[in-house]
Design a protein. Structure first.
Length: 155
């Protein structure tokens, strides 16, 4: 029996923001065989605005973690909008989390856990957790606190 990610998402009681349109010359996603590549996504809110701010300056680590969860929701929106269902994803392969932070901030993995925990809640601990990098950056586009890109395996 196939795991039902759409049902799992409904049980979480969360809402998906609108899937963002590219702000440059790139595709938000590419499917290559059984792999789905998602370009870097930012924290789009339900009203289509972005969460902005640098972690360690305007935001703390917990705020950053919530922003990373919002990035995860934005990525789920891109999947659902373009593929029709979260059930098309078999598992998370790789997540790259980029944290816009001050030089003294050192809790990058804790911030990116906001996205990783969401994926685990949607696809389960086995298929929702993949390999991951969490790194700090001096700036990100539009001063967003977090950007995440990911690779998924499709059914």
């Amino acid at each position: 029996m196939m795991y039902n990610a759409d049902e799992q998402f409904e049980k979480l009681g969360l809402t998906l923001p609108p899937a963002p349109a590219p702000k440059g010359l790139y595709k938000p996603y590419v499917i290559d065989g059984k792999y789905l590549y998602l370009s870097g996504h930012g924290p789009v809110q339900d009203d289509a605005s972005l969460i902005i701010g640098r972690i360690g300056r305007e935001m703390n680590g917990e705020d950053g973690k919530l922003a990373a969860r919002q990035v995860g929701l934005t990525m789920l929106s891109t999947i659902k909008t373009n593929l029709g269902s979260l059930n098309k994803v078999k598992r998370v392969i790789k997540v790259l989390g980029m944290v816009n932070c001050t030089p003294d901030f050192e809790f990058h993995p804790g911030v990116i856990n906001g996205c990783s925990e969401l994926f685990a809640a949607v696809w389960g601990d086995d298929n929702g957790v993949g390999t991951r990098s969490a790194v700090g950056f001096g700036s990100l586009p539009d001063n967003i606190p977090v950007e995440v890109e990911a690779l998924f395996e499709l059914y």
